[in-house]
Design a protein around this ligand. Structure first.
Ligand SMILES: [Zn+2]
Length: 343
């Protein structure tokens, strides 16, 4: 693929995510009226929203300090708004469905059906399964390098030079999927920031790891030289998202550039070095590239549950398994090469 299709892909992403603030659903005056009235009265149709009912009991005088204003009231208001938005959306969507209309987005998100505390149950479950797959992948890697493969006779350290780097990768990945599961359960400002920041962190780190492995960077000083500019950029980007502006379009571009460049580097390196696990590596890279397409075709959820984003989280589960199996093969391959050399 040449440069132009990539650029247009980036613009497609930018366009998609620039739409986040004003979605068709929440621009609808009927929806706006519904939310406004609900927040004021706590009533939608024949339903009452508990969080929007304020009474003297809401601020008991002798309870602990943290239960009092403003924290407790703020929490109640937050829940009131979220519940009103949800039930008004359900009401509007039911009416639209009766007229045979397709779902609209509300505040940048598709209308999902809640299940108990879960706002997007399918994405939350798939995120938890990704976390589990990373844990199993990391654990089997840990056992392999420390107990199954030979260790260096003097230092008792692993022959594989990238062990520590993959441990950090495992930790950052599990952290990212943990926050993803929390964010898809309860979407509030804080959980969104934690999810986005953790995802950017793991993506930036895996780019560093990719470069270190591909260029066989082994000594500490050179590793720092490779890592420093990317680390500085990723840190600045995370600070920007958290404390300046949550710019979805810009963030998506940053993530796409970091993601696509590492996929390409891995794929080319696998071919050039004729790595023994290159077919596994190529399958994982190709799978990731296809998975990214799911984010481009941002279709509305089937029956209010499974949308493109949820499917994207589903496809990364087998890819994670494949990826860790590549990492383990790389450890075996490097160890056997180094042991042969030592003899
Ligand atoms: Zn997600």
């Amino acid at each position: 693929m040449g440069t132009y299709p990539w650029i247009s892909l980036l613009f497609a992403f930018g366009f998609l995510f620039n739409q986040l603030d004003a979605s068709a659903g929440d621009a609808d005056p009927l929806y706006r009226n519904c939310v406004e009235q609900c927040e004021r009265t706590g009533i939608i149709g024949d339903q009452t929203i508990q969080h929007c009912q304020y009474s003297g009991n809401d601020m008991p005088s002798n309870s602990s300090w943290y239960m009092q204003e403003p924290l407790y009231l703020q929490w109640k208001q937050l829940n009131c708004r979220s519940d009103c938005r949800y039930y008004c959306m359900v009401q509007r969507e039911n009416e639209r469905e009766k007229h045979g209309l397709n779902p609209h987005k509300y505040h940048g998100k598709w209308p999902f059906k809640r299940v108990s505390v879960f706002q997007e149950p399918v994405s939350a479950i798939f995120s938890a399964l990704n976390l589990l797959t990373h844990f199993i992948g990391w654990l089997t890697f840990f056992i392999l390098v420390n107990y199954k493969l030979p260790l260096r006779p003097q230092s008792r350290r692993t022959y594989y030079e990238y062990t520590g780097l993959w441990h950090i990768y495992g930790f950052l990945s599990m952290n990212a999927w943990f926050w993803s599961a929390i964010f898809h359960t309860q979407d509030i400002d804080l959980t969104e920031k934690l999810d986005y920041s953790s995802a950017v962190a793991v993506l930036g780190y895996s780019l560093i790891l990719c470069l270190l492995r591909v260029f066989n960077v082994k000594d500490e000083a050179s590793r720092v030289m490779f890592a420093a500019p990317i680390l500085a950029f990723v840190t600045t980007h995370i600070l920007y998202l958290n404390f300046y502006e949550m710019d979805y379009g810009w963030n998506m571009k940053v993530c796409l550039v970091m993601g696509i460049s590492q996929l390409l580097i891995w794929a080319v390196w696998g071919g050039v070095t004729r790595h023994p696990s290159r077919f596994r590596l190529w399958t994982a890279v190709f799978g990731c590239a296809l998975a990214v397409l799911l984010e481009v075709y941002d279709f509305h959820p089937f029956h209010g549950y499974v949308d493109a984003h949820a499917l994207w989280h589903a496809t990364t589960i087998p890819l994670t398994y494949l990826w860790w199996s590549f990492v383990k093969n790389d450890a075996k391959f490097r160890t056997s090469t180094l042991v042969k050399k030592a003899k």
